[in-house]
Design a protein around this ligand. Structure first.
Ligand SMILES: C[S@@+](CC[C@H](N)C(=O)[O-])C[C@H]1O[C@@H](n2cnc3c(N)ncnc32)[C@H](O)[C@@H]1O
Length: 456
């Protein structure tokens, strides 16, 4: 059996262009049977619906002129390019017959979207202002060519009607690290942080204007205790006042991924429903770091891993320099002496990592991986994709565009959500959202009280 797979894989590799399209790994190819390929320009035209000529050219490693000639039928792409293209188009994971619609606010790299889209949801609006995050988002959701930027500049009534609103509004104004940094700089935090603290109210305005059937909000655990619970009371109170039944729970991602990551989730329903976060499906057995670390047998992936003497190894760029490692050890020792706990953490394959933060790019000190006979190393961005559940069995691999630096990629994962946790929540929420009898059409009298018409 292994022999057949190897032969098939070799055959596929022979038909592939030298450079695989971003995100298509030979790993993935090994489970795909070779197909008969028709040489036409149709897939090129289809791809051009989702990405620009330049982007497609870069992904296939050809010139923009070649793409144009293929698109107008002046020449026909070689079989290898058609095969590569069909893998690229497989990423168009929009459901053909969507069961519900949703909006993705403060979208980052689309962790919340991934968790809901897989349940036959169609994303009808995305807002994210960071140009690097949108690059990654577009690479993973090829239909997302219209990403709205600053949410504070968007008229809520201009947002398409939708059934579910998703938002992981910025957490720095409420996170422990964010609050102490702002305190040390003499800056305001929480709702008083004018730049970021008030973004929750933008979410609120959209809920008020569009009245979706439900929402899922995500934030740091500290949101609940910030300002002695007053911030959280305002948030919950405002959502309830809009008529939503609100449920919340702090959930640790540990059962799904080898990472301790506690985040608060607020699920809201426009009509009273029986819902409990305790009902979400939690995996019976939990993975350890070994399950997400690169291993000898996997296909090397450009920047992150390379082949050496028949084995795949992590690129030495991720091993800490002597200087940085000495510095981190001295720093940790100083803090231990003061009784302040750990300054840096080195893990083995059998361990569970600490929370991956957006500052991981600085020195990687919160999650270092032990290496035999060498200084420890950081995780590669690919390993971070696995640690956050973006890359997992049965899902298309997460694309980390080449134009997004490691620094940006670490920041994106550190800011994001653990996808299987969101999916588990979505599975528990959606049966309630999809029951039409629970959401009767809003009557005339109620309508006159509402700022805008609901989507029902
Ligand atoms: C905590 S992250 C959310 C990450 C997201 N849930 C994910 O799965 O990747 C918050 C995001 O909000 C974005 N953001 C902050 N202020 C914004 C604004 N005014 N308009 C749009 N996006 C904003 C940030 O760039 C950041 O990506």
């Amino acid at each position: 059996m292994a022999g057949i797979v190897t032969v098939k894989l070799r055959r596929i590799q022979m038909t592939m262009p030298r450079q695989l399209p971003t995100g298509v790994t030979a790993d993935r190819l090994s489970v795909m049977p070779p197909r008969k390929v028709r040489r036409t320009s149709a897939p090129i035209r289809r791809a051009l619906r989702y990405m620009s000529q330049e982007e497609l050219a870069a992904r296939l490693g050809v010139s923009g002129r070649t793409i144009r000639r293929w698109a107008v039928g002046e020449s026909v792409p070689k079989t290898a390019y058609i095969t590569a293209l069909s893998h690229l188009l497989e990423r168009d994971n929009r459901p053909r017959y969507p069961q519900f619609s949703f909006v993705d606010l403060f979208a980052g790299i689309g962790g919340l979207r991934r968790g809901f889209e897989v349940l036959n949801g169609r994303c009808v609006f995305t807002s994210e202002w960071d140009s690097f995050a949108t690059k990654t988002y577009k690479a993973n959701f090829p239909d997302a060519d219209d990403i709205a930027g600053d949410i504070t500049k968007i008229d809520p009534t201009s947002i398409p009607d939708h059934d579910v609103l998703l938002a992981g509004f910025p957490c720095q104004p409420f996170s422990l690290a964010g609050v102490s940094k702002k305190n040390s700089l003499g800056r305001e935090h929480g709702f008083k942080d004018e730049a970021q603290g008030t973004l929750f109210f933008n979410v609120l305005k959209i809920l008020e204007a569009k009245r979706p059937r439900g929402f899922l909000l995500e934030n740091v655990k500290n949101l609940r205790s910030h300002d002695r619970g007053r911030t959280y009371a305002v948030i919950r109170g405002a959502l309830t006042e809009l008529g939503y039944t609100v449920f919340d729970q702090t959930i640790d991602a540990r059962p799904w991924v080898p990472q301790r990551r506690e985040r608060i989730f607020l699920a809201g329903f426009r009509t009273p429903v029986s819902f409990s976060f305790d009902g979400i499906d939690r995996p019976a057995s939990s993975p350890t770091l070994r399950d997400i670390l690169h291993h000898n047998g996997e296909e090397p992936e450009g920047h992150f891993t390379l082949r050496e003497r028949g084995r795949t190894i992590v690129d030495p760029r991720y091993t800490l320099s002597d200087h940085l490692w000495s510095y981190l050890q001295a720093y940790a020792a100083k803090h231990r002496a003061k009784g302040n706990g750990f300054g840096c953490s080195v893990f083995k394959g059998t361990d569970i990592a600490r929370t991956l933060s957006a500052r991981y790019h600085k020195d990687g000190s919160e999650i270092l991986i032990e290496q035999r006979g060498k200084n420890p190393r950081r995780l590669t961005p690919r390993e971070c994709a696995r640690l956050m559940g973006f890359d997992r069995e049965g899902a298309p691999p997460h694309v980390i565009p080449q134009s997004v630096s490691d620094t940006q990629a670490y920041r994106q994962f550190g800011n994001s959500v653990v996808v299987p946790v969101v999916e588990a929540i979505a599975r528990e929420m959606m049966p309630r959202i999809l029951q039409p009898e629970l959401y009767p059409p809003v009557d005339e009298q109620q309508l006159s009280l509402l700022p805008s018409q609901s989507s029902d």
